[in-house]
Design a protein around this ligand. Structure first.
Ligand code: SF4
Length: 342
């Protein structure tokens, strides 16, 4: 089976203050039909920008290099009309804040049917029936009533279900979900995640799920791509990211998770500050924060290589996989915190 989505050597630069600044550096990704890939990383690591590059929704003046292929077609060479057609019919995107993506003065029914009626020529009565059907599918209790409501009458969770329904209406093969639960409370978050999981199985959807939460990523995805400073530093099966992370950044993210069963005076955090893609100089982008860094890490950029079952961008990944003694592993995260405080 050939991949549904292939991203090769993706590079994106954005104009800032009269100069071009790098935001994505050499990203490679693949996604099979029906597969869920989670992209994880801190704010500014390049997750959302990668999704926007796939959708052809980058800001004006953006410079893009590399290749993005969807179902065998090279999107890098596609016209804006072809990209729009693709967004209408085959690739959908769910954004973080549904209230920012929906017109507050339109009824839900008008919002849901607008594209079907205007762009795809579906008769309005048929479009309303389809809209009611997808509202039922996303578990809105009274879909017929919901069609006549305004966005301000719905909770954040219900509005996000409406946004998911809007994406489903075009019957896409691929959904890009950009932190779709971040603006929701914990209970609603769990409901929306369960809904997305059920929908992707029932409709055999492929999904790129963007989040900063590694545990959430593992719960919903088949594979996880961890991003740092505009690059993917580790791509691995979801279960392995939680149990045997090979990149020190993935490991540090795991250690920074608050645990309800453990009482701590200081919440663990990764020492130092995350850097932007345009700040990367020679060597490994993570080296100023890495407890395993050695001399070559600040001099030579690590290459991505197959290590075990995953792809890892770290000079010492093979060594870590082998379970060899690494002196840095004896340092605790508290050492990192102490260094930061000092
Ligand atoms: Fe740490 Fe070196 Fe690996 Fe970078 S290459 S993550 S600095 S050990």
């Amino acid at each position: 089976m050939s991949p549904l989505l292939e991203v090769e050597h993706l590079r994106v630069q954005l104009p800032v203050g009269g100069e071009l600044r790098s935001v994505i550096r050499d990203v490679d990704l693949t996604l099979e039909p029906g597969e869920v890939l989670a992209m994880v990383g801190e704010s500014g690591s390049g997750k959302s920008m990668t999704a926007r590059a796939i959708m052809g929704l980058l800001p004006p003046g953006a410079e893009v290099g590399g290749r993005i292929a969807f179902d065998g077609a090279d999107l890098s060479a596609a016209s804006s009309r072809q990209l729009r057609e693709l967004r209408l019919r085959r690739i959908g995107m769910i954004f973080q804040d549904p209230r920012a993506a929906i017109n507050p003065v339109h009824r839900i029914g008008d919002f849901l049917t607008e594209v079907l009626v205007r762009e795809l020529g579906v008769p309005r009565s048929d479009a309303m029936k389809r809209a009611e059907g997808v509202l039922q599918e996303v578990r809105i209790r009274d879909p017929e009533h919901c069609l006549h409501q305004y966005p301000h009458e719905l909770s954040g969770g219900m509005l996000q279900r409406v946004m998911i329904a809007a994406v489903l209406l075009s019957e896409p093969d691929l959904i890009l979900a950009d932190e779709p639960t971040t603006a929701l409370d914990v209970t609603t978050q769990a409901e929306v995640i369960a809904l997305l999981s059920d929908l992707r199985r029932a409709r055999e959807l492929a999904m790129v799920f963007i989040t900063h939460d590694l545990e959430l990523a593992a719960a919903i995805s088949d594979r996880i791509a961890v991003m740092y400073a505009g690059s993917v530093v580790e791509t691995v099966a979801a279960a392995e990211a939680l149990t045997r992370p090979l990149h020190p950044y993935t490991e540090a993210l795991l250690e920074s998770r608050p645990d309800i069963a453990v009482r701590l005076d200081v919440i663990p955090q990764i020492s130092g500050r995350p850097i932007a893609a345009y700040e990367v100089d020679a060597g490994c982008p993570f080296h100023p924060r890495c407890r395993y860094a050695e001399e070559q890490c600040s001099l030579t950029p690590p290459k991505t290589a197959l290590v075990g079952t995953g792809l890892v961008m770290c000079h010492r990944a093979q060594e870590r996989l082998g379970g060899l003694h690494i002196s840095g592993e004896q340092n605790s995260l508290a050492d990192g915190l102490g260094a930061q405080a000092g």
